[in-house]
Design a protein around this ligand. Structure first.
Ligand SMILES: [Zn+2]
Ligand SMILES: [Zn+2]
Length: 457
């Protein structure tokens, strides 16, 4: 079915209603199945034009409502905006946009005409009016630029129009740019919430601080990729990228979503180096670091449940927390329970201090802090393993932990043939899945990824 109404400008069509339009759209919808791809593509441009025309009709109706005063018929305190919100279930900003568009029909007839011609879509019209009428300075300048924006709206995508409007506003009205910027900066906040199973970050920063964060995080991601590439060499199976100086750089694809990669880069390339290099001393002069506390017997027998009598006694004596592994920031307010697994993983390559406690939890004897892996052994490990030993992993030595194949708390020696380099991700995987590592005849560690043993017996 086709309906054709050729109208001369200003001609009034009696007896036509939106129901006719519904019938036309239903007919068009029914015909979609029979269209070829290129026919559908040709129709698409027409649809955008018709949608813009229809929204011009909507704006004209809103203008009529506003002028007619019908909005105060039932409620003398009503406003056009409150009337539209009630009648049409619009929210405040939608009703405001409708009214702004309606008011501008008379003030800017060329914009209304462009909308009517189907050249400027409603969302673009709203963008022009929202930015253009925000301050009196802009309002005064807008008429001189309106035709330029109409042409841009007709020919360019929304993002390009928005960008041009923002730049125009900044140059016509620099004070508002500065006020907005300052208002955003005043809203800065960073929440670090300790939840039951982890820590949640949630924040907002103004443009300057925000760009510092972007630069640091992108640099951290880049460093991860590039360090990996440097080790792989140009034979890597990554994607090629041409860098600024024209040379081709291999960028390794790292497994996992971008958000997860960013989370890892944030920890491995920003947080860990800051803590490792003692860049943040606490007020007492001790460097900020994280500290695991665990009873030695739990490290030695990680799968064994505690004796109920002992647990009952420690509840009574108030020493219950001494029976679990806990993690705390040395400068933080509280600790959190961690699994024996994680405590074992963290203590593979750490500084360890022995504290002997009385049954009531009082320290009786405090040992010296010692590094589990001495420097010379770490150096030998780097020469032997040259980075993470997990099959297919290319993380270089700087990104690795030294893992005890047989944990030191269970009698495993800190010697070359009981150690292997693993990146944080694979170190975690090895501990979580109990993946065995053996040394081959030539002294190289081998990961047996097939032999997973369950956590618990
Ligand atoms: Zn380990
Ligand atoms: Zn790895």
């Amino acid at each position: 079915m086709t309906v054709h109404h050729e109208l001369a400008a200003g001609q009034v069509v009696a007896g036509l209603s939106l129901a006719d339009l519904d019938a036309v759209v239903d007919g068009l919808l029914a015909g979609v199945a029979a269209l070829s791809g290129s026919q559908a593509s040709a129709r698409l441009a027409d649809v955008s034009r018709s949608a813009a025309k229809l929204s011009a009709y909507r704006v004209a109706l809103v203008a009529k409502i506003q002028a007619s005063q019908v909005w105060r018929d039932n409620d003398p305190n009503a406003t056009p905006a409150s009337f539209l919100r009630g009648e049409l279930a619009l929210d405040h900003s939608e009703a405001k946009a409708d009214l702004r568009a309606a008011e501008s029909c008379e003030r800017f007839p060329e914009l209304a005409q462009a909308c009517r011609d189907g050249r400027v879509a409603r969302d673009k019209m709203d963008a022009i009016l929202r930015v253009g009428l925000r301050t009196t300075q802009r309002e005064r300048a807008l008429p001189r630029f309106l035709n330029i924006f109409i042409d841009l709206a007709a020919s360019a995508p929304m993002s390009a129009l928005r960008k041009a409007l923002d730049l125009w506003a900044d140059q016509i009205d620099p004070i508002t740019t500065a006020t907005d910027e300052n208002a955003a900066h005043q809203r800065r906040e960073l929440h670090v919430v300790q939840l039951g199973d982890g820590v949640k970050l949630d924040g907002f920063f103004g443009k300057t601080q925000g760009m510092h964060i972007m630069a640091a995080l992108n640099g951290a991601l880049d460093k991860q990729w590039r360090d990996t590439t440097a080790k792989t060499g140009s034979s890597g199976n990554g994607n090629s990228e041409v860098s600024g100086d024209g040379s081709v750089v291999q960028v390794q694809r790292v497994a996992g979503s971008t958000a997860r990669q960013r989370a890892d880069a944030f920890i491995d390339a920003i947080i860990t180096p800051i803590l490792a290099h003692n860049l943040l001393p606490t007020a007492g002069g001790a460097p900020a670091t994280i500290c695991v506390t665990i009873p030695l017997e739990r490290l030695q027998n990680p799968h064994q449940g505690a004796d109920p009598e002992g647990v009952a006694a420690s509840i009574t004596s108030g020493t219950l927390r001494l029976g679990s592994a806990t993690l705390r920031a040395t400068n933080g307010p509280g600790d959190t329970i961690i699994s024996t697994h994680t405590a074992t993983e963290l203590s593979c390559d750490a500084t360890v201090q022995r504290v002997v406690l009385s049954p009531a939890g009082k320290p009786l004897d405090i040992g010296r802090k010692t590094r589990v892996i001495p420097e010379h052994i770490r150096t030998a490990l780097i020469i032997r393993d040259d980075g993470c030993i997990f099959p297919g992993c290319e993380k270089p030595p700087a990104w690795t932990h030294s893992h005890h194949i047989h944990h030191w708390s269970q009698g495993g020696p800190t010697s070359l043939n009981n150690l292997a380099l693993l990146c944080p991700r694979h170190h975690h995987k090895i501990h979580t899945n109990n993946i065995p590592i053996t040394l081959s005849a030539d002294g190289k560690p081998q990961v047996h990824t097939q032999h997973r043993t369950p956590d618990r017996k």
